[in-house]
Design a protein around this ligand. Sequence first.
Ligand code: WT7
Length: 654
Amino acid sequence: MSETLANLLQENRRFEPPAALADAANVKADAYEEASADRLAFWAKQAQRLDWAREWDQVLDWSNPPFAKWFVGGELNVAYNCLDRHVAAGKGDKVAIHWEGEPGDTRTLTYADLHALTCQAANALTELGVRAGDRVAIYLPMIPEAAVAMLACARIGATHSVVFGGFSADALSGRIQDASAKVVITADGGYRRGKPSGLKTIVDEAVAQCPTIEHVLVVRRTGQDVAWGERDLWWHETVETASTEHEAQPFDAEHPLFILYTSGTTAKPKGILHTTGGYLTQASYTHHAVFDLKPETDVYWCTADIGWVTGHSYIVYGPLSNGATQVMYEGTPDTPHKGRFWDIVDKYGVTILYTAPTLIRTMMKWGDEFPAAANLSSLRVLGSVGEPINPEAWMWYRKNIGHDNTPVVDTWWQTETGAIMISPLPGVTAAKPGSAMRPLPGISADVVDDEGNSVPNGGGGFLVLREPWPSMLRTIWGDDQRFVDTYWSRFQGMYFAGDGAKKDDDGDLWLLGRVDDVMLVSGHNISTTEVESALVSHPSVAEAAVVGATDPTTGQAIVAFTIPRGSVDTEGEAGEALIKELRDHVAKTLGPIAKPRQIMLVAELPKTRSGKIMRRLLRDVAEHRSLGDVTTLQDSTVMDLISDGMKSAKSDDE
Ligand code: WT7
């Protein structure tokens, strides 16, 4: 039988945890044994991290798969767990958020401050007629009010739907309509790349199509002029004048906490529904375990936007339920200069940093001098999420950001999984660059072939989850059938993640990108990730995107778009020589089957708003134009095609 997905890349480097970190780690190796001995007892124990108003009667009800119920009969309030209990424990003066605006303005919010503001927002929303079970849309920049708005909804049992502030009016109105939201919380604007961007104008356009919206609550951030209508209310006149007293009511463990839309490739966005008790349990536990958070001493920073699930689970619910002190940054990494992130780490003494491979590769491209100019010695754990991290990007991150001794945790999960599923534990795992390693304690992941059989070590195939987990999505909002069809129909009794993966000889897991992107070259299924990693392992390459383009001889042929590192000469013959060298380098690293037919040197790659490479668009570029054999940076045709494609892709909302 032919292999489901080829395993080409070999990686033998391993990095043991630093001894001191391992000795003091929050979670040690015994957690794996404990969880495998009794998975439900393990999760019940982790649920005790939270304060429950009523204990559950049953840990898991899986009698009607794939519709799970966790902590059945339990009751709790999410905002109480993130705020009130810390204040009650005497931690009201502890800093919750060090906020840094892009222009350089700052705010410091303690747990008491965040609690008071959240109570005010809860009172204001109640006053506006929002009740438990109603939906509230949140369309805000990265300002503390974004977290407050989410927590206020959670506090009164309203289901929030956060829409990323970079989305268009059409995308926003589609999401508002799908969820029949009653209220939108937005701002006049926010700062991006040194300029105020407008949000309220986009909301006005969106809300014109949304009859369910009764009120628009507007935070004043930039002070820019905004049009004003009947349903508009200023946050400072509504929320900030409300009472700071509010008693949180408990909600059922399965009460809907939030909807978050994931844009599929072409289809209508899916409203991923998460509920209360299981979600908070796993967000809290994984934040404690994977980042080894010590709330009294750590300063944690997740660079994601609150509009993505990473922001939900690892800016708001995980860190705040754990009483963390964190940094929140409004803007872009190169404003006013390319060292902004490292200045922030230096300024606040950040100890734990969680970011994305796209950002790491961008920093590699910009050059080592930017991190070198800041003092990064406070860092002790580094995390990565969002895409496979190429081994060389992992090495660069550890060396240049983590002074060659911090663990790097590559965390695999999805909007649908709600929280981290596969990751090293920083005090336990001897991590391999580029591997997400093992499922966390209490999680069962596997790699299967076309027929759903587990592949042996050394084999590749489809990533699946074999058992339900506490923070799993409960359904797609309003479409149970689509939930069943999308995730539970490909393989009997297993959750299909849509990602390719392989097990190495030790059984450790390597994520290989979306299965839709796998290339079929002369009968071999080759992952884009492995070819990209081989390219990035060449010292002249900062970033690469690979696609399979139709080819008369091989079925599909490998076409690579490659961004050289800042210092590399790509003029004329030097560029042509580099392209030849890179093709040979890939053939040598992965074998001749993986040698790209064509490599183009480019200045930028098209990315979605969350930073994932838009391979669909690159496939169009590779297929629909007769490009020369050699395309160096001096040839602008490719860049023009990419930027034209970007414009139309963004306008139809990815
Ligand atoms: C998809 C989910 C999870 C929060 C951010 C993205 C890819 C995510 C990794 C990783 C390889 C990864 C997968 C996954 N992905 N993390 N560590 N290694 N791939 O959430 O937008 O729902 O995307 O991102 O393809 O299925 P999302």
